[in-house]
Design a protein around this ligand. Structure first.
Ligand code: NAP
Ligand code: MG
Length: 462
């Protein structure tokens, strides 16, 4: 894999301020595939200065021209799709077909959606005797995780640029090569210098410096609740805008009238996809007591089929985290029906697809985000209890409801404290707002709602 030795700042690759580097490891074979610079506060300072200098020009660029640049960026991502997929596979470990379809495919959709939105969004509106202008918030500090390396970047950078903001990105230390590839795409698409800047580095060093930088106007963070809470606190103290996309513990609620086999199979696939490293994964399956054992058998069969077809988790640290959750599930009395804490292979950060039955709502594995291929199947006696269990965590990011009639599923979904619900296996919509209720976060990404996060209003009265 090709790695840049510098930071992308002010439209060029510049040497880092310090000499430290980060090793990038392939999770499939544990080999080092590249090294990138470990940025410091000095690099962040340079990048923020470049973003600030580029802001007036970019903010004043007509939205149709910003749209044209985003369309050019989308076209570069399309042209370099295979390279993107190979890079994500190399540093995240996901199977190549999944990288092609999702890790490369979804960011192309999202970049395209913002090329369109930049051209059509009402940046100016009339309200009675006022004209309201929707103006860019300013310099954005974006901090992203490794689980969907390019999607998480594009879901922040594309709307920020569409809004007229400029950006400094600190990507996850585990997946910096995808971020460098994105910076190359930005350059190739002809975006003006300084509009997008990249500082690779460690969270507590480069990430924290970016979140604390006084000249950053908005911090957009996706990752763990622990770090999100800190970033929210820092932003609050500085009275600056913040968007937090944090964890989830979403429920897949199968009502008794549903097509059980379909609901279970889609539910298992949802959890195993990306090796369980999806914040919106439906990691709790809620099944009526009358169908419980049948659902457990179906889920066990579905999960067993995955075997080692799923990729590894991203790092040794994640693997031990996931394994300790599996051990905790056993210790707390859940019934292990497939998988377990042992590694299925000698090499690579693999975790067996794992299914637990007889999980009660208060168990650790039913409450905390595991971020691995682990499904918990929970029993409910009636609909009231199903609502209570589904809503009974600190999170509220996503979920699913299955029923024979759409109306029945919708009525149930309206009672869920969560930001997204898929009805009978509904498809991903890149224009629908994505974000959390409760401790799953603050703010929304994607579509016009995601764009408005990067705008502030100015009202002129006449
Ligand atoms: P994380 O530490 O929250 O990482 C997210 C991003 O924040 C990374 O770029 C990280 O840098 C950076 N960061 C870390 N500490 C920071 C700080 N003090 N100030 C500013 N930025 C900081 O998450 P993780 O350690 O990679 O994963 C841990 C758990 O978080 C997972 O097991 C999962 O439960 C959850 N998670 C959730 C999502 C999601 O989509 N909601 C995504 C990833 C992880 P480094 O890469 O250097 O750490
Ligand atoms: Mg971390």
């Amino acid at each position: 894999m090709k790695a840049h030795h510098g930071m992308y700042i002010g439209g060029e690759w510049r040497p880092a301020a310090g000499a430290d580097t980060i090793e990038v490891v392939n999770p499939v074979d544990e080999q080092v595939i590249g090294r990138v610079p470990a940025g410091t506060a000095a690099d962040v300072g340079h990048a923020v200065r470049a973003a600030r200098a580029a802001l007036p020009g970019w903010a004043a660029t007509p939205p149709t021209e910003r749209a044209a640049k985003l369309a050019a960026l989308r076209d570069v991502l399309v042209a370099r799709k295979d390279e993107i997929a190979e890079t994500v596979t190399a540093e995240l470990g996901s199977p190549l077909p999944f990288s092609q379809a999702v890790h490369a495919g979804v960011p192309i959709l999202v970049a395209g959606s913002y090329a369109e939105l930049a051209a059509t969004y009402a940046f100016e509106e009339k309200v009675g005797n006022s004209t309201v202008y929707h103006e860019p918030v300013g310099v954005v500090g974006a901090i992203t995780p490794w689980n969907y390396p390019l999607h998480q970047i594009v879901a922040k950078v594309a709307p920020a640029l569409a809004a007229g903001c400029t950006v400094v990105l600190k990507p996850a230390e585990d997946t910096p090569l995808t971020a460098q590839l994105f910076a190359e795409a930005v350059a190739e698409a002809g975006l003006p210098a300084g509009v997008f800047n990249l500082v690779t580095g460690l969270g507590p060093v480069a990430g924290q410096a970016l979140a604390e930088h006084p000249d950053v106007d908005l911090v957009s963070f996706t990752g763990s609740t622990a770090v999100g809470r800190r970033i929210g606190g820092t932003a609050g103290a500085a009275v600056k805008r913040v968007a937090l996309e944090l964890g989830g513990k979403s429920a897949n609620v199968i009502l008794p009238s549903a097509d059980l086999a379909k609901a279970v199979n889609v539910g298992v696939a949802n959890v195993m996809s990306n090796s369980g490293q999806t914040c919106s994964a439906w990691t709790r399956m809620l099944v009526h007591t009358s169908q419980y054992e049948e659902a457990v058998a179906l889920a066990a069969a579905a999960a067993a089929k995955y075997g080692d077809r799923i990729g590894p988790v991203v790092s040794a640290k994640q693997r031990s985290r996931v394994r300790s959750y599996i051990e905790k599930g056993v210790a707390e009395g859940a019934r292990l029906v497939v998988g377990g804490p042992e590694s299925p292979r000698e090499q690579g950060y693999f975790v067996s697809p794992t299914v637990f039955a007889d999980v009660t709502p208060d168990m650790t594995i039913a409450q905390e985000e595991i971020f691995g291929p682990v499904l918990s199947i929970i029993r409910y006696e009636d609909e009231e209890e199903a609502v209570r269990i589904a809503n009974g965590t600190v999170y509220g990011l996503a979920g699913a409801v299955w029923a024979a009639e759409e109306a029945e599923a919708v009525a149930f979904a309206r009672r869920l404290d969560t930001g997204q619900v898929d009805i009978n296996g509904g498809r991903f919509n890149p224009l629908a707002p994505f974000g959390g209720y409760k401790q799953s976060g603050v703010g929304r990404e994607l579509g016009s709602h995601g764009l408005s996060e990067y705008l502030q209003t100015k009202s002129l009265q006449f």
